[in-house]
Design a protein around this ligand. Structure first.
Ligand code: GAP
Length: 446
């Protein structure tokens, strides 16, 4: 399958089956903003739940936080986003299109007569690069003037830094400890695209780990290992995961060292999570701009210091896309194409389909009772329409790992057929044990 076709097929499956829709579609859509449908919201929620469970629930040294999207505008001056979160842009005076100055399609130097617009082909029509800030701005209160400007946060991290002392004191944690948060972030990206890979509104899953200076290198390495392990445990093809180390020019203004977890998408190796050693940049800047002391007093050593920060920053939408890309496959079965999303059972939006083989002989009643019992414990779906093979195929496309069919033997033997999505093999399981059987299979270590 050619790679562009894979993305096209995935986008179409996502719409058809209710994973992802274009935002405001009936109005022609809004550029690079997407809505999650019934299956998509369940898949993304499972990603976020697994992250929360691994980062907060399973650890004594990490606390959760949910900070507001709107923050004091000085936060973004301190963070460097007002002055530094910019991309150089050029406009074509002829066709009015706008490009990043480093767009590889541009021939020549923007602003010079030799530069050629990559869309209309006109020479000399491209302007000199101008810096464009990626933060969305809005106004707080009734007056729309420069004094009332606030920003939609471009990352969740800053909400953690400004709350670090609140969390430290209220939770009685000691360094080393971390704060984790999942939430929306907004960037007015100039070159968004590749479906939900780079969007203007997205969700981040970020954790900031506060450590004693000098121990940051060890913690950085530990977090690298743990985070890669987390991605592998999602069931992703390990051959498609790799590290990418940021070299000097790639390093963000705040980072001492940075590695990306990359996945091999149909459009190339791309970042899904960044691990950064941020040193004392963030707390140092917030201390300077707010005038509030943000030092930690280490009782054991009887000394004060500004903690260093190791950050892990993943995109919930990007991980969701990774799961979908990794899971999509087509197979030829009995002369027909079977489309399967081979999602790990722990993240699959629906864990089991429940089907009466036929709509008679008490099978629908038994299947409905089983369905009502099962859905108290796991996400499942009842379907009694069409041939059983069609119903299985519909569940294959939704990534549902198990199909449970109530048939003739259920009535006589009190057993059901459990059909496995990937192998398509079937086995018989006792009716009164099937809930426990499926639950055990879908729970998975976090
Ligand atoms: N606090 C550090 C930070 O925000 P980043 O590398 O800019 O670092 C971290 O972003 C992660 O957030 C990325 O690895 C990606 O998964 C996700 N992300 C960033 N921009 C995104 C966008 N426009 N659309 C979707 N996800 C995005």
């Amino acid at each position: 399958m050619a790679d562009t076709t894979l993305m096209d097929k995935l986008v179409s499956l996502c719409k058809r089956r209710g994973f992802v829709f274009q935002s405001s579609e009936i109005y022609g859509g809004l550029g690079s903003v997407w809505d999650y449908g019934p299956l998509g919201v369940a898949l993304k929620r499972n990603v976020k739940d697994r992250w929360w469970s691994a980062m907060v629930q399973a650890r004594d040294d990490i606390e959760g936080l949910d900070a507001a999207i709107l923050m004091h505008p000085r936060v973004w001056e301190a963070s460097g986003h007002v002055s530094g979160f910019t991309d150089p842009l050029v406009d074509c005076r002829q066709c009015k299109n706008r490009f990043r100055a480093d767009d590889p399609r541009i021939k020549g130097t923007p602003g010079q007569p030799d530069a050629q617009c990559p869309v209309c082909g006109t020479r000399g029509s491209l302007t000199e690069p101008r810096m464009f800030n990626l933060m969305f701005r809005t106004f707080m209160g009734p007056v729309e003037d420069s004094a009332s400007v606030v920003y939609l946060r471009p990352e969740t991290a800053q909400g953690i830094y400004v709350n670090y002392l609140n969390v430290l004191q209220s939770s009685r944690q000691r360094i080393p400890f971390g704060i984790a948060q999942i939430g929306k972030a907004f960037r007015n990206e100039i070159t968004p695209g590749n479906f939900i890979f780079r969007t203007r509104e997205f969700e981040q899953m970020e954790m900031q780990f506060f450590v004693e200076p000098g121990t940051d290198g060890e913690w950085f390495e530990r977090w690298r290992e743990w985070r890669m392990e987390w991605h592998r445990a999602l069931g992703l093809n390990p051959a498609k995961l790799q590290w990418h180390q940021h070299s000097g020019s790639e390093l963000a203004h705040y980072a001492k060292a940075a590695f990306d977890v990359q996945y091999e998408f149909p459009f190339g190796w791309q970042e899904i999570e960044g691990i950064h050693n941020r040193g004392d940049f963030d707390l140092g800047r917030h201390q300077e701009y707010s005038g509030k002391k943000l030092e930690y007093f280490d009782q054991g050593q009887n000394r004060r210091y500004l903690p260093y920060i190791v950050e892990t920053s993943a995109g919930a939408d990007r991980v969701t896309l990774t799961l979908l890309v990794d899971a999509y496959r087509e197979e030829q079965v009995e002369g027909e194409t079977r489309v399967v999303l081979g999602l790990h059972p722990a993240v699959a939006p629906i864990k089991a389909g429940v089907f009466p083989l036929v709509k008679k002989d008490g099978m629908p009643e038994l299947a409905t009772t089983l369905y009502h019992e099962l859905r108290k414990q796991i996400a499942c779906f009842y379907d009694d329409s069409g041939a059983i093979g069609r119903r299985y195929r519909r569940m294959d496309e939704a990534g549902t790992p198990f199909g449970i069919t109530v048939d003739g033997e259920t009535l006589s033997q009190r057993t059901v057929t459990v059909r496995h999505r990937d192998s398509m093999q079937q086995e018989r399981v006792a009716l009164d044990q099937v809930a426990g059987y499926i639950k055990e299979k879908v729970s998975g270590e976090r």
